[in-house]
Design a binder for this molecule. Sequence first.
Ligand SMILES: Nc1nc2c(c(=O)[nH]1)N[C@H]1C(S)=C(S)[C@@H](COP(=O)(O)OP(=O)(O)OC[C@H]3O[C@@H](n4cnc5c(=O)[nH]c(N)nc54)[C@H](O)[C@@H]3O)O[C@H]1N2
Ligand SMILES: Nc1nc2c(c(=O)[nH]1)N[C@H]1C(S)=C(S)[C@@H](COP(=O)(O)OP(=O)(O)OC[C@H]3O[C@@H](n4cnc5c(=O)[nH]c(N)nc54)[C@H](O)[C@@H]3O)O[C@H]1N2
Ligand code: SF4
Ligand SMILES: [Mo]
Length: 867
Amino acid sequence: MTATALPGALAGVGPRTRTTATHCPYCSLQCGITMTAGDRPATLQPADFPTNRGGLCSKGWSATELLDHPERLTRPLVRAVPGDRTSPLVESTWDDALDRLVAAIERTQARYGRDAVGCFGGGGLTNEQAYQFGKFARVALRTSRIDYNGRFCMSSAASAANRAFGLDRGMPFPLSDIAAADVVVLVGANPADTMPPAMQYLDAGRVRGAQHVVVDPRRTATARSAALHLQPLPGTDLALANGLLHIALAEGLVDEEYVAARTTGFDEVEAGVAAYWPDRVERLTGVPVADQRRTVFALARAERAIVLTARGAEQHRSGTDTAQAWINLALALGLPGREGSGWATVTGQGNGQGGREHGQKADQLPGYRSITDPAARAHVAAVWRVEPDSIPGPGRSAFELLDGLGTDGGVRTLLVLASNVAVSAPDARRVVSRLGDLDFLAVSDFFLSETAELADVVLPSAMWAEEDGTMTNVEGRVIRRRRALDPPAGVRDDLHLLAELAARLGAGHLFSDDPETVFEELRRASAGGSADYSGISYRRIDEEQGVFWPCPAPADGGRPHPGTPRLFGERFATPDGRARFLRVEHVEAHEQPDAEYPYVLTTGRVLAQYQSGTQTRRARSLQLLAPLPRAELHPDLARRHGIGPDDVVELATRRGRARFSAHLTEDIRPDVVFAPFHWGGASAANALTDADALDPTSRMPAFKVCAVAVTRVAGPVERLPAPDAATQPAPRPHEPATAPTPRPPSRRRTPRVKSTPRFLQGVYAITGEGLDKPGPVDPALRYTVPNGASAQALYFRGGNSTDSLVYALLLRDGVPMRWFPIGAKGDVHVPLRVVEDLPGGTLVELHAAAPAGVTGELVVDLGLVEV
Ligand SMILES: Nc1nc2c(c(=O)[nH]1)N[C@H]1C(S)=C(S)[C@@H](COP(=O)(O)OP(=O)(O)OC[C@H]3O[C@@H](n4cnc5c(=O)[nH]c(N)nc54)[C@H](O)[C@@H]3O)O[C@H]1N2
Ligand SMILES: Nc1nc2c(c(=O)[nH]1)N[C@H]1C(S)=C(S)[C@@H](COP(=O)(O)OP(=O)(O)OC[C@H]3O[C@@H](n4cnc5c(=O)[nH]c(N)nc54)[C@H](O)[C@@H]3O)O[C@H]1N2
Ligand code: SF4
Ligand SMILES: [Mo]
C-alpha cells in the first residue's frame, strides 16, 4: 500500500517529500492538519478545517515528535521464558508472537470455553479497526467478552441520550452552533484545557455578547472566561439540574407548548423536582440560590441556548441520571431540536464517537444495534456471512470484565488494543493485580505502555500518520485519517493484525486488511441501524470535508442523502418521535468524606498531557510544559497540613496512595483535591479512585469523586518518590467462589438494619423461541423496589428440566444485567453482589430463553433483601 491519493495528497514541497491532509491523533476535535513527510522528519501545519479553523493545541503541535521516537516499538516482544512474566520481554518475530497468542487462545478456549478469551478496545481506533475488532471477537473468537475504554469516558451520556432521544450522537449539531448560541452552560467541561481550538467558538459568542455559565468545582481557564461560575461539590450536578428545573417551574419559565408537542413524561419529573427547592439545593451543592436563579433565567430568556455536559458531570455512579437531569432541564426549556439550541455531550477521544457505534461494546452490534435484538443479529450475521445463532450474546462491561480476569467464568486470555488500563482504569492497582491473574495477556501499542509491560506478547502497531481509515469526530462528522508516510519496517496496523489472527484461527476468508474494503462492509452492516453510514464513502468524505451520520444510502437511483448535521428538528429517534423525560433523584456519592479521609478527590486532565500519558509523557516539548504531576489544593487546606507550594504530598484513599507536587490555588474548593490521571507508578491517580459502585445503566465508575486524606512528605523535588510500599493497601481480592467459613457469633450486639426478604421464585413451564430471544416468563417474576426503600440482590438459583441449555436473564429497568446459563437437566446457584444498591423505583425482572421448540420446566429463585 502506498501513501494516499487525492485530495488527501497535496503537492510535495521537496523532491521526495509529499504533503497529506489528515487530522491530529489525539482528541475528538480531530483538528485538521497537513503533514509533510518523505526524506526528512515529518512536520505538520494546522489546516483550516471546520473544527479548528487553523488552530491547534500544544499536543497537536508535538504529535510528529513521536513518529520516530527512540522508544517506538518496531518488533514484537515476547517473554524470554514463555509463560513466565517475570522473565524479560525480548524482541521476536511476528510469526513467533502470533503463534504464542493463537496457542494461548486455543488452549484457553479448549479448557474453559469460548468466553474465557476476551478483547479490550479503545476509542482511539479508527472506525474500521473498531468494527473489525467487534467482528473478530464474535466471529473469529466467538466470545461475548469484548468491551472498551469508552465505558470509562462518555458511556453515561450515551445511555442518557439513548434513553431520552432514542439516539446517541454526542453533539446533535455542528460545533459552529456554539458560536451562535446566546447562552451556553458547560457542566463539568473544561475545553480551554481539553479542546483549546474549540474555545474560538465560545470566544466568538462572547464577543457578540453571549453569556457562558461554567459548572465546575475548580475555577478552570474555561470558568475564568465565563460570565458565571458555579462551584458545586463534586457529584452533586444532578441535584443542581433538578433545582434549576424547580425554579423554572416556580417562575413559569417552562416552554409548555414544546413540552406538550414534543415530549412525554413531564408530569412525573415535575412531581420529582418539587423536592429540590433552592435552599436545599444550595445545601447539597454549595451553589448559592442567587446563582441558581441567574442561570435559569439566562437559559430561559435566551433566543438560542445550549447545555453541554462532559466528564465532570458524567463520570459518577449516577452519571446517566445526571446527564438525564440536564436533558430534562433542556427539554423543559424547549431547547433540543431547535436550531442553534439543545443539549450535547462533549465526546473525548479521537474516535470516541465512532468507537461506540460499530460493535466493540459488550452489548452492541455495528450501526449502534443491540446484540439482543433478533432482527439486528440477523442483519449483521448476513453481512458477516455467519449464522445468527453463532453470534454470542451480551458480554461484560469494561470494569466488570477487568475485575473478573483469571476467575471461574472470567477471561483468562486477553487481547488489548489501544488502551492502557493499568493507568486509566479505576482502582488501577486492583486491575493490575487482575491482569497478573491472567493466563495470557497480549497488548498492541506503539510504545511499551504500563499495560504492555505486563504482557506475554506485545505487538507493535502503526501510528496515526501511517494508516488509513475514518474517524467520527465530536460533532458526529465522519472524517478521514490519511496515510502520510509508511510505518517503520516490521510494524503493522491493527486491521492487518486482526485479519492475520483471524486467518490463523480459521476465519481468514471473512476478514480483510484493507481499510476501504472494511469500510464498505461497515457501511452495509450499519445500514438501517441508528448510526447509519451506508451513504458515506471515502470519496464523499474527501469532497465534503466529512459527512455527518446518519447518512443512509439512497434507494436505487435516488439522490444521495446529504448527511445530518442537525438532528431532531422534526422528531426524536424514539418510536413515537417524542423525547422522553425521566424522573431522576440525587444519590450521595458512594464514598463520603469521614474523619480518616476528610476531603473529596476529583480527577481529570491538564492541557499538555493526553490520557494515560503513554504518548505525551514521551514528547519532549510537552515534558517541558507539564513535567511533574501536580495535585491542586486550596491554600486553606494546605495550611492545615503544613503544605507549602510545590511540596511533595501523598494522597491516600482506601485503595491506595500516590504522590504529587502540591499546586496551591484558590481556584479550587477548599474541601476538594484535584489530581490529573496522566501518570502511572508513584503518581497514579487511579491508585486512588473507587470502582465499587458503577452506574447501574452505563457501568461507569466514579472517577470524579472519592474520599481522600492528604499529608506532606517533603519539600519540592525534581522527581517524585514512590509511596512507601509497606503502606500501600493490598488490592481487593477476587470475590471468593465459595463462602468463607462462618465465624462463631460474636457477643457484641450491633444495631441491626431493618430488612425484609423478597423473592422472585416459582416453577414455570417454558417453550423456547430461540436462545437469542429471551422473554418474560410470568408476571410474578417482576419486582419494583418501593420508593424510599432500597434493595440488594443476594443470589440466583435455577433448575432446568429440559435437554438443552437454557438461560435465565436478570433485567434491571428493562436493561439486561446478568445472564445465568443453566445446563441441560442442570442447576445453578450464583451469589450476587450484595453491596450494590437497587434504589427505590428500580424494576427487577427475570426473563428466560431456550432453543426454539424446547419445552420443559424452569425453576427459578432470585433472593433479594429490601431495606
Ligand atoms: N489535554 C487533554 N485534552 C483531552 C484529553 C486529555 O487527556 N488531555 N482527553 C480527551 C478525552 S478522552 C476526554 S473524555 C475529554 C474530557 O474533557 P473534560 O470533560 O473537559 O475533562 P476533565 O478534566 O476530565 O473534566 C472536566 C472538568 O470537570 C471538573 N469536575 C470534576 N468533578 C466534577 C463534578 O462532580 N461536577 C462538575 N460539574 N465538574 C467536575 C474538573 O474540575 C474538570 O475541570 O478531553 C479530551 N481532551
Ligand atoms: N482517574 C481518572 N481516570 C480516567 C479518566 C478520568 O477523568 N479520571 N478518564 C477516562 C477516560 S474519559 C478515558 S477516554 C480513558 C482513556 O484511557 P486509555 O484507554 O488508557 O487511553 P489512552 O491513554 O489513550 O490509551 C491508549 C493506549 O493505546 C495506545 N494507542 C493509541 N492509539 C492506538 C492505536 O491506534 N492502536 C494501538 N494499538 N494503540 C494505540 C497509546 O499509546 C496508549 O498506550 O481514561 C479514563 N480514566
Ligand atoms: S485540540 Fe485535540 S485534536 Fe486539536 S490539536 Fe489539541 S489534541 Fe489535537
Ligand atoms: Mo475520554
